[in-house]
Ligand binder design. Sequence first.
Ligand code: HPA
Length: 241
Amino acid sequence: MLAIIGGSGLAKLPVLEVTHRQVVRTPYGDPSCALTFGHLGQQNVVFIARHGHGHSLAPHEINYRANIWALHNQGVKGILSIGSVGGIRADMGPGTLVVPDNIIDYSWGRKHTFFDGPERPVVHVDFSNPYDDGLRSRVIAAVDAAGKQAVSQGIYACTQGPRLETAAEILRLERDGADIVGMTGMPEACLAREMNLPYAHLCLVVNWAAGKGGSATVDFDPATAEAGMNDVTAVLQAMLS
Ligand code: HPA
């Protein structure tokens, strides 16, 4: 069974034929919301809305450990994470789908490991390639099968939020090599790695990052975001048909 973590703009998955919902408690506290189980195409899927129902959780308030633990506990074989991002690179404007292949983490103060405390001695997982190649390839093939287009590589910068970045910060991220910027890709990806769960990220650019095309908020166009999320849904359907 594949897990899908839905981000902003994808708090529900209308194409999912829901069978049941389950509230899960974890040793790390409560996940963002109940897990939703169902079928998408031929496959069983479990879905969780990262920001909770009604988008009540800011990026730094999300209990990433509880979310990943809950999905792992259901025996999922992989996690496809959906995220909204700002575009930094010139060919990554609003409406673009990106399947990033690496991460730079600028977030701080988040619980970012399962291995802490006396009973869980430190483990240094290999995170050179944070995303799973097999799952990334499946997403990229599904983009094709759905008749959509995506940029199939890119570096995802994870900022702390909830505020958007300054233009100077985006220039710094760009100098660091980042192509897109979001607030929730970490520690989600490294917690999945700690659980040995294949993890890939499908990102939708919803605005130009600060200083790249006007103002990131003024620039945000709900119609573009909605059309983009329809593309994301089409990709999910193609992937799981
Ligand atoms: N910055 C950070 N996170 C985001 C942005 C942005 O411009 N757009 C969507 N998520």
